[in-house]
Design a protein around this ligand. Sequence first.
Ligand code: SF4
Length: 398
Amino acid sequence: MKSKTSSQLFKTGVQALKKPQPRPLVRRYGTVQNVSPSLLTPHSSVFEDAIASNVTRNTWTKEEIKEIYDTPLMKLAFAAGTVHRRFHNPAAIQMCTLMNIKTGGCSEDCSYCAQSSRYQTGLKASKMVTVDSVLAAARIAKDNGSTRFCMGAAWRDMRGRKTNLKNIKDMVSGVKGMGMECCVTLGMIDAEQAKELKDAGLTAYNHNLDTSREHYPSVITTRTYDERLETIKNVREAGLNVCTGGILGLGEKAQDHVGLIHTVSTLPAHPESFPVNSLVPIKGTPMEKNAPIAFDATLRTIATARIVMPRTIIRLAAGRTTLSEEQQVLCFMAGANAVFTGEKMLTTPCNGWDEDREIFEKWGLRPMESFEVEALRDLVTAAPLEPSETKQQASVVV
Ligand code: SF4
């Protein structure tokens, strides 16, 4: 190709200068910056209202949550961090330890789970462990800084499990007696069982929704989404704290993260705890070849949940071992404020206490006290921000 002469180049330059120039996109500190138009989109009132709000609301629409979720990621994470600082002590991270009290042999078909009897995962089923062994494990967890002790049993529900329930109640009262928060996950429970657990001193009941209502049938077929919601209702009505969250990487789309957050944030009261798990693919399960969830989707989910449910504890749960130290810290900045620490997460690996202590020390974090958030909730008086409440907001007790 023939190259242009210098006079031709000069002519082209003059012509270009004569063309109407696009207006500078943003002027800041006297400097004209070319900024991506997506970053210059004026704050939507949904986003503005959400980050300025001093109250919790359970009237979110899916469209509103989608708008928040789709916000440019750095802006979303920064805003979530701002909300987090208004409602929580950003330096306090709760350390929880989860113990499997009855392993494997489960009749359900959750496609990600090593404990389902339907898949050849090589996991050996075992009977329920003794009360003494649970209390010994809780003592070790407490001595290492965990302030919440959770117990999980692999079965569908508590029907016909009277002896098991009695033993679990002994475990609960023993753990509670150590001054720790206590949570159990025992599959579906009815109103009476929820009340019995509450009377035994249980702090919270975990029952994850796992994913959106739309994606759910691709993951589990042996119990319905509505059955899960029924258990959550029984838990709430018994006066227990609700712990319910999801697993990312189940082959879902971004809209399913929005759908899950929409379901939990429009319950009559927000869950006190929202665990965010990342799939740890287990050989032998239908999801063994699932691609890992991208970190930006994890961060987006945490940040959106923080903005939409500002008082909820957001837990980095299974799959945390796949995150780098810096990725974990980014999650803490964007609103995550609990981790599972210990030897194991049911059947998958877990970050250890020593490792977490080191990270906490380096980044100026500290383990949360037991029941610290309960106390904080009573004290929260959010700093007044510019009023921008354009929508009527329903206040919910969380
Ligand atoms: S996730 Fe729970 S209910 Fe589902 S198969 Fe595993 S142990 Fe059973």
